[in-house]
Design a protein around this ligand. Structure first.
Ligand code: M6R
Length: 611
């Protein structure tokens, strides 16, 4: 949530910062701002409500001669999106400016104390409290580093910050707790950002700051320490993806590009891991905990949003193939309900970004209770990847579109691999393993086949785009896909949509059905196909409009439904990977038809780093 970028070096900073903000805009886009230290050591702040392009228009780049600056794109938590609440925020002397991601939980207490001492505030944000506190401490210490450190010690909550000041004009100070900060190390320059996508065009060498770590950066030098003033020795790592992976590459939107990347991203998840001839799987990231996995008595999977939907599929997969009981928990609920975790239970946290605050908090809670925590994560080096003891990277490549697509199918791939691996440790035969492995290898070309049908899906999307509500129904492995289809539509088109297990419809939602209600059925051929067909009849009897996702050759269903989208046949356990593709496209084309900003849907941000 929110994006931070900062630059110090020999180049003019204004274009670098705007460019960095544009790359981070998927993290928040309700307002944006910059603070520069000019060549005569003055601090200047520009900020306004709106998108980064609006901020860019506000700045006369020719007039700004600065080689140090910090910048921010905001997703509002405290205070409405407006010019005053936009970052950066000043201290009272207006000599210190700060940008911040996260939430200062004790900001009212700190604010009251500061007001009692005579300090004033312009905004409604929690962030300004931290800026004013740093300024107040600086008045005593006359040292920026110790002022930042002492202020952070008083803060409860989460932060990723960058600070500049005309008092010490050749320095940027950054720190993090619960909100990512990455320091890019270039030649005589440093680029700091809340994620590596704003850094990669300058350098691939980065340091991922740890919680409660800060970095003090000048043009030619940096050092790190904890906010408790203990030196640290952070390892320099390399960014593993390329610039073209974070560009649109000819597509109108990142979401469409990412939908079309799925044949490759899915393959990247199983590449080098699937042992087709042995009907087994090699998972290097779990090698160290093999014995614990063999003895696991229960698996708890925790996640949010789309990753949670993937977890539901995983529950079916793991219980089916490995016969280990699985519980799926919303990460946001997990730590508030005192979950029962036994010694031989294993917790898996799933996250595309690896930075979701609720999921991180759930991991911490599980660890506190003594559980072994594993991650299934896309972003390499992210907080969840580092917080967990073992795991599987899904290798889907950077996902920029706010609506998650390729991460979902890669998460499903990773879970199929995990289930196969756990199953083969137990009772699953090599013949069954081989069948599943072969079916996995066919998925990329099957996704390709569905994508070629985009024009038909577009026409269906346009036909129903004026609908006010949608219902999505599926059973078994396809029930979580119904949830995911509904989530995609809600997120980017703002049409109200509900996902249900098909058979649950008659217990309530059926009351909503009339001739204006499109009902999307995932009705692929499996052992519950006939039951789903009966549910379709129930909707028909109430004049609902039926859009079916069915297997090629299902002419019987074609006669019953208003619109039918065919997908290739695979094993039931792999069907979600195929059945979700038309639903992603349906949501995309509906949003497009309604003129929505597909990659930047209102009120959302790509990675939700506040609880
Ligand atoms: O990065 P994560 O997978 O942890 O994110 C979890 C959710 O915030 C995320 O899936 C969200 O629901 C997406 N916008 C869904 O498209």
């Amino acid at each position: 949530m929110c994006g931070i970028v900062a630059y110090i070096g020999n180049k003019k900073s204004s274009h670098i910062l705007i460019n960095g903000l544009q790359r981070l805009e998927y993290r928040g886009y309700d307002s944006a701002g910059l603070a520069f230290i000019s060549e005569d050591s003055k601090l200047q702040v520009f900020k306004n409500q709106g998108k980064v392009k609006d901020l860019d228009r506000l700045i006369d780049h020719k007039k700004i001669n600065s080689h140090i600056g910090i910048a921010h794109t905001r997703w509002a938590t405290h205070g409405v999106p407006n010019n005053t609440n936009a970052h950066p925020h000043y201290d009272n002397s207006k000599n210190i400016a700060l940008v911040h991601n996260g939430i200062i939980e004790n900001y009212t207490v700190l604010r009251t104390k500061l007001i009692e001492k005579g300090y004033t505030f312009e905004s409604q944000t929690d962030t300004e409290v931290l800026a004013v506190l740093i300024g107040a401490i600086y008045e005593q210490t006359k040292d920026l580093e110790s002022a930042v450190r002492n202020a952070l010690i008083q803060v409860e909550g989460t932060f990723g910050i960058a600070v500049v000041s005309s008092y010490e004009p050749d320095k940027i100070i950054t720190a993090r707790r619960g909100s990512p900060m990455v320091l890019g190390i270039g030649e005589n320059e440093f680029i700091l950002a809340s994620d590596a996508s704003a850094i990669i065009q300058h350098t691939r060498q980065v340091i991922y700051l740890d919680d409660n770590e800060m970095a003090i950066i000048t043009k030619n030098h940096y050092f790190t320490k904890t906010i408790y003033n203990v030196d640290t020795n952070s390892e320099i790592q390399e960014i593993l993806y390329n610039l073209d992976q974070i560009e649109k590459g000819g597509f109108d939107y990142f979401m469409l590009k990412e939908i079309h990347e799925q044949p490759i991203s899915f393959e990247n998840t199983f590449r080098g891991r699937l042992l087709v001839d042995e009907g087994n799987v090699k998972l290097g990231g779990l090698r160290n905990i093999e014995d614990k996995l063999r003895n696991a008595e229960k698996i708890i999977i925790t996640a949010c949003g789309t990753s949670w939907n993937a977890a539901l599929v995983a529950e079916y997969l793991i219980e089916n193939l490995a016969r280990i009981p699985v519980e799926v928990e919303y990460a946001s609920e997990f730590r508030y309900r005192n979950p029962v975790i036994n010694q031989n239970d294993i917790v898996f946290a799933i996250s595309q970004s690896g930075e979701t605050a609720d999921t991180l908090a759930a991991i911490k809670e599980a660890k506190q209770k003594g559980a072994l925590c594993c991650g299934i994560v896309n972003a390499v080096g992210s907080s969840i990847a580092r917080e967990t003891e073992a795991g599987i990277y899904i290798h889907a490549g950077p996902e920029i579109g706010v609506a998650s697509t390729k991460a979902f199918t890669s998460q499903l791939c990773a879970f199929t691999l995990l289930s196969l691996y756990l199953g083969r440790m137990r009772n699953l035969s090599s013949t069954e393993g081989m069948n599943i492995a072969k079916a996995i290898t066919q998925i990329p070309s099957q996704i390709e086949e569905i994508l070629q049908n985009s024009e038909q899906i577009k026409k269906i999307a346009v036909k129903y785009s004026k609908s006010k509500n949608y219902i999505y129904l599926g059973r078994g492995y396809n029930y979580p896909v119904a949830l995911e289809g509904a989530l995609k539509l809600k997120e980017i088109s703002y049409i109200h949509a509900e996902g249900y297990p098909s058979a649950e419809m008659k217990h309530g939602p059926i009351a909503l059905i009339d001739e204006n209600m499109p009902v999307v059925f995932i009705a692929t051929r499996d052992e519950i196909y006939d039951k789903v067909k009966s549910n379709i009849q129930e909707v028909l009897a109430r004049k609902g409009k039926i859009i079916a996702i069915a297997n090629y050759g299902d002419t019987e269903l074609a006669e019953l439904t208003d619109d039918i989208i065919y997908i290739p046949k695979t094993l039931p356990m792999l069907t979600p990977v195929l059945s979700v593709i038309p639903l992603q496209l349906l949501a995309y084309y509906t949003a497009l038809e309604l003129g929505r900003d597909v990659d930047r849907p209102r009120n959302l941000a790509k990675s939700v780093t506040v609880e």
